[in-house]
Design a protein around this ligand. Structure first.
Ligand code: 3HC
Length: 697
């Protein structure tokens, strides 16, 4: 008998239990065990119904992703599900935790499903660049209809048990906490009431109702906007459509063909790399499960601006009280008003209830007095980027906060060690770099100073998890990982326009790669005045900052989206960037002024100069130990800058292009364009010489 799947009988119910931590994934051993246990149940004449239940924290969370890319060992999941569906004895699945992907497909092969009210179900294969490949695209529509099945399968959303009941995906919801008891009660009812074997494949009413509707074309049209450049969401629609146009066995065949196409696509490899990279990033070199973690039950935030307010919401959302300190009542009121508005918008959209909104607002207290920080466990400073101001704040915090409180800065570029140097407790000082909008963006770039203690590092990584962010621990340098690389891309993007490219051409190359917006649309979002002010300050301090056409935009009051004109122009109420001939004229004048002869620039050159310059910088970041692993950099870019997860992150992407190709281009641009950013990283050269990849680090 398999060790991971067991069969036992309790009364007249045969119980099949999967116990394969951590998430009961459908490895080869589990698939074989499921078949063996089913056979035992069929032979057991005292078993009048069978119950499938899982041990541990969850029902089956899907196929074992670690087996992907290796030769498939029989039995395949589809045949396991088919055998369950063929069972002559009624089969009940009892769901707790999450029934996902192949897990939900297995449950759909059973004849009835009961779920704890805390459980969720979903078919998230699309997030791995796949589609459900064990009958999910054929069975789910037979229960939930075309619209709901398409929504679930193309987005991968997790549906709470109560909603799943409403959609017809589960047959009962149990309010208790004991999944086995819930399953036994339902199975006993099946026996006592003589409930029949009910095979999902034989259900026809939803198929008949939705057949011929234009819902599929509508989905394809909307995916063109939301899943631009992605492969699997469109294949998901094709597979679900097959459930309506083909008999069940043919539909299954079509699903298999489409599944194989997705499995062979490079996007699948990229998505799965992203999945594991996100999880690996939480395992920090030098820290272990035994590293002590401090309790963070209350938080102080300095600054009620856009960043401070967004950061506060993250904590209130998970029930942690926050005190926000501002300098002036007016600024405080404004900041708290914006937070309230954000929550009201979420409530209007039905994302939170009125009560949740009130509870969250009640957790946020405004103050004008730093003394209110004296008992908090963590303070996050979120004021503007000025070292002198930050140092003054940290000295003050040092004198007020209790021993053991963590003092964090949300700086996006400044030296954490210098900030820490004004305190008597540099071991408690750390960077916590949130990305704007801080209540939405998932990345939390935690920055270790040279003296930050392991305990504090472990705590800020645990805080990230607690507030549902993806934490990445990085080292201390100007701009850390994300902004340091972005800065180099910015230099090249500007240079490309100087030399003859149009801003919209540069942006299109980046959005075609899968970024949600290009370099110049991003400048308009952030505000052209931000960079202009920094350049002016440097110039006033006597530094040689070369002039740029962007300065001219700022001087003309074209500050970006907020003035409805920047690099692009904008229409009232729209964030859609529209190329502006006026800007092209400003750029042309600038070229003339600077004596630059404009030339034709190819998209390939734009791609190479914007992306390879980042890869070269990333190699320097790795070389200096600012990032421990290439995957940390991938995670920073996916969750902080919207780099497409289906390309696996910029490091995974670079490995696929080939480091030798990239190094050759870096050397070429070093010779032709010049500049520190093109000096080839020693690590890049070394990896090419050794025939290794960034992903090997
Ligand atoms: N296969 C293998 N390992 C898996 C896995 C899977 N399907 N799902 C999770 N794991 C591993 C994680 O890598 C992690 O391992 P680690 O501890 O060594 O880092 C561990 O299980 C715990 O995972 P999380 O840290 O993510 O734990 P959470 O509690 O935060 O989340 C979860 C649990 C909601 C189940 C989340 O892990 C998840 O979403 N998993 C992926 C589910 C999925 O995509 N299923 C579909 C798979 S494809 C499929 O089924 C194809 C089929 O149609 C043929």
């Amino acid at each position: 008998m398999s060790e991971v799947v067991t069969y036992s009988r309790e009364g007249n119910i045969g119980v099949i239990t999967v116990d394969y931590p951590p998430v009961n994934a459908l490895s080869h051993a589990v698939r074989s065990g499921l078949i063996a246990a089913l056979e035992q149940g069929q032979k057991d004449s005292d078993a009048k119904a069978l119950l499938l239940v899982c041990a541990g924290r969850t029902f089956i969370a899907g196929a074992d992703i670690r087996e992907f890319g290796k030769p498939m060992q029989e039995p395949g999941l589809a045949s396991v599900v088919e055998r369950y569906e063929n069972s002559g004895k009624p089969l009940v699945a009892a769901v707790h935790g999450t029934a996902l992907g192949g897990g939900l497909e297995t449950a759909l092969g059973c004849h009835y499903r009961v779920a704890l009210s805390s459980a969720k179900v979903g078919l998230p294969e699309v997030k791995l660049g796949l589609l459900p490949g064990a009958g999910g695209t054929q069975r789910l529509p037979r229960l939930a209809g075309a619209q709901k099945a398409l929504e679930m399968i193309t987005t991968g959303q997790f549906v709470p048990a109560k909603d799943a009941l409403g959609f017809g995906i589960v047959d009962a919801v149990d309010e208790g906490k004991d999944v086995k008891a819930a399953g036994m009660t339902f199975a006993q009812k099946v026996v006592d009431e003589g409930m029949p074997v009910r095979r999902v494949r034989d259900l026809t009413d939803k198929i008949a109702a939705d057949k011929g509707r234009d819902v599929f074309e509508q989905f394809r049209a909307s995916l063109k906007k939301t899943a631009h450049g992605q492969f699997s969401p469109f294949k998901c629609v094709d597979a679900v459509e097959a459930a309506f146009n083909l008999p069940f066995p043919e539909g299954l065949k079509r699903e298999r063909e489409l599944f194989v196409e997705c499995m062979n696509s490079p996007q699948r490899a990229g998505q799965i790399h992203s999945f594991f990279a996100e999880r690996e990033a939480s395992k920090v070199k030098g820290l272990s499960k035994d590293t002590p973690v401090r309790d963070v039950n209350s938080v102080g935030i300095i600054g009620a601006g856009t960043m401070g307010g967004g950061i506060a919401m993250n904590f209130a959302n998970v029930g942690i009280p926050v005190t926000i300190v501002e300098m002036k009542q007016e600024a405080l009121d404004k900041g708290l008003g914006i937070i309230r508005k954000n929550y009201e918008n979420s409530a209007k959209k039905g994302r939170i209830t009125q009560k949740q909104m009130d509870d969250r607002m009640a957790l946020i207290t405004g103050s004008l007095d730093y003394d209110d920080f004296k008992d908090v466990d963590l303070v996050i400073e979120a004021v503007f980027e000025n070292m002198a101001v930050k140092k003054e704040i940290f000295a003050k915090l040092d004198s007020i906060c209790k021993p053991g409180a963590i003092l964090a800065s949300n700086t996006s570029t400044l030296d954490i060690d210098e900030i820490a140097s004004t305190t008597q407790r540099p071991e408690d000082v750390v960077g916590m770099h949130f990305f704007s909008p801080a209540n939405v963006m998932r990345l939390l770039e935690n920055v270790r100073g040279s003296k930050t203690s392991d305990e504090v590092k472990a705590t800020v990584m645990a805080v990230a998890k607690k507030i549902k962010k993806v934490g990445v621990l990085v080292g201390n340098c100007h701009g850390f990982v994300g902004n340091r690389m972005l800065h180099k891309r910015g230099i090249e993007a500007m240079a490309l326009v100087d030399e003859g490219a149009k801003p919209q051409q540069v942006d299109k190359v980046l959005t075609d790669l899968g970024y949600p917006m290009g370099q110049f649309a991003m400048s308009d979002l952030a505000g052209i005045d931000v960079g202009y002010r920094i350049s002016e300050e440097l110039r006033n301090a006597g530094e040689n900052v070369p002039p740029s056409w962007m300065d001219k935009l700022a001087e003309q009051g074209r500050l970006g989206q907020k003035t409805m004109a920047g690099v692009y122009k904008y229409e009232e109420g729209s964030r859609n960037p529209i190329p502006d001939p006026e800007v092209e004229r400003i750029i042309e004048d600038f070229r003339k002024e600077q004596g630059i002869a404009s030339r034709e620039i190819t998209d390939q050159e734009i791609l190479e100069r914007c992306m390879y310059v980042m890869v070269n910088e990333a190699a320097k970041i790795l070389e200096e130990g600012i990032a421990d692993r290439a995957l940390d950099i991938d995670v920073v870019w996916i969750y902080g800058y919207g780099f497409p997860a289906y390309r696996g992150g910029p490091m995974f992407w670079a490995d696929q292009i080939g480091l030798d190709v990239i190094l050759a281009a870096v050397e070429k641009y070093h010779a032709s364009v010049g500049g520190e950013q093109w000096k080839p990283a020693s690590l890049l050269k070394q990896l090419v010489a050794d025939g290794r990849k960034l992903g090997d680090l």
